[in-house]
Design a protein around this ligand. Structure first.
Ligand code: HAM
Length: 429
């Protein structure tokens, strides 16, 4: 028996209807906010993530699916490739590669697709998972650094979650500073870590040297009391970052998007500057972040591009769907057949197929039976599938172009001419 790989899963109907609903709702919202779709490759050069996301992050140091290309051409051989663990680095790479700064204004892109991280699988955490994300990137002259961009993205997310039907979300907000104040904060962090780092986990001991900011993102419960006492970025922000953060909050207040400040929020990726955020939802338990994001003003330069400040987010679609399922009955989202066509007797499959083709042209959902089925079996099948009507197609019906239409919820049966069938079924919707 061959099974799906641990941490991956099949998404089956009826649940896939919910996924489609979520994606359609997000696409609607993206359109309202003038975002356009981008699709980047599932695998990229490993170096992109090492430089973009950061060597010392859990994602890059432990969780990537990395392999060597074994193509026959010399140029392919030995190239290290990685299944994308996230999509921001890929989008910014594409922005640079296609000189998208030449387009007017800021570039606003969204994406929907699978990402891969070798994490310990549990509820809401998979090794192949799906993200719905968006990025706003552009030259400074187009206003890409403006706090208005941050606030717009956050307000869009509030709208999106409301529209999808997520209740009681919390927006956690922080500013993680910038290239100016970061060295001063890191110095303070190193100093504060010196006397205590010996009591921390092995990763923290290493990171205290290589990338102390990552210590703040440690998930080990035993380390938390120590982390709690370490310096906070909020106390080290320079004037520019403080004003920027205050401006983001002022717009959120003005448009009525509620948030809480979480000055311990640092996020698990190295590229963040200034605004960082997560939306959480109680129904998710330990993996409660339904989405995360923030500003990344230096990412483009870190991967060899021009200065191109940006801000974005990624929703964990698996978690979004999970929250919806825990909140409400989602069965109603599954489209049931409008009608089940029951061919009665030898040769009637052909007539049934013709009728099904006609009705489907009228945008009706039609399920087809088989001429070997007896009437009883056809009606039972139609009932189990939740079809609203059954249409009986026997020799007489086909010859007279008059069909028996049985309403399976009311139990009534009427005879309807062929050219009125579609309208009749549609009117019952
Ligand atoms: P992230 O916080 O690593 O950020 O991931 C965003 C969301 O993806 C998380 O909040 C979570 O809902 C979902 N997620 C992450 N890992 C898993 C997993 N193993 N299983 C299920 N869901 C998961 C990013 O990926 C950034 N690229 C977001 C961003 C875009 N920042 C700026 N632009």
């Amino acid at each position: 028996m061959i099974r799906a790989i641990r941490g991956t899963r099949d998404l089956l109907p009826p649940e896939t209807a919910l996924w489609n609903f979520v994606e359609a709702a997000c696409r609607d919202v993206f359109r309202d906010y003038n975002f356009q779709e981008i699709r980047t490759p599932i695998f990229e050069a490993t170096e992109l993530f090492a430089r973009g996301v950061g060597e010392e992050t859990d994602i890059v140091s432990k969780e990537m699916y990395t392999f060597e290309d074994r193509g026959r051409a010399e140029s392919d051989r030995g190239t290290s490739l990685t299944l994308r663990p996230e999509n921001t680095a890929g989008v910014v790479r594409a922005y640079i590669e296609h000189k998208m700064w030449e387009r007017p204004g800021v570039t606003k892109l969204f994406y929907i697709g699978p990402q891969f991280r070798r994490e310990r699988p549990q509820k809401g955490r998979y090794r192949q998972f799906y993200q719905i994300g968006a990025e706003v990137i552009g030259p400074t002259t187009a206003g890409s650094e403006s706090p208005a961009r941050d606030a717009e993205v956050l307000e869009m997310l509030a709208t999106l979650l409301d529209r999808v039907g997520i209740q009681n979300w919390t927006l956690e907000l922080n500013s993680v500073g910038c290239a100016n104040d970061r060295p001063i904060f890191l110095q303070a962090l190193r100093e504060a870590l010196k006397p205590v780092v010996g009591q921390m986990c092995y990763d923290c001991q290493r990171r205290a040297e290589t990338n102390p900011l990552r210590v703040l993102d440690c998930k080990h419960p035993e380390d938390q009391p120590i982390i709690e006492k370490l310096p906070r970025i909020a106390d080290y922000l320079d004037e520019g970052c403080k004003t920027h953060f205050a401006d983001v909050r002022a717009i959120l207040d003005a448009v009525g998007v509620p948030y809480v400040i979480n000055d311990r929020l640092v996020r698990g990726l190295d590229y963040y500057t200034r605004t960082a955020f997560e939306f959480t939802h109680g129904a998710l338990g330990a993996q409660n972040a339904i989405l995360g994001g923030g500003r990344y003003d230096g990412l483009s330069e870190a991967i060899g591009g021009p200065k191109a400040p940006g801000i974005g987010f990624a929703i964990g679609e698996d978690r979004l769907v999970l929250s919806l399922q825990q909140q409400q009955e989602t069965d109603a989202m599954v489209k049931k057949p409008d009608a089940y066509i029951a061919p009665m007797g030898a040769g009637m499959n052909k007539e049934a197929a013709r009728l099904a083709r006609e009705l489907r042209h009228h945008d009706l959902t039609i399920e087809l039976g088989d001429e070997t089925f007896r009437l009883k079996k056809s009606l039972e099948t139609a009932g189990k599938l939740g079809a609203r009507f059954a249409i009986i197609v026997g020799e007489n019906e086909a010859a007279s172009e008059q069909f028996a239409l049985k309403d399976l919820t009311k139990g009534e049966q009427v005879t309807v001419p062929r050219n009125q069938l579609a309208a009749r079924i549609q009117s019952a919707r």
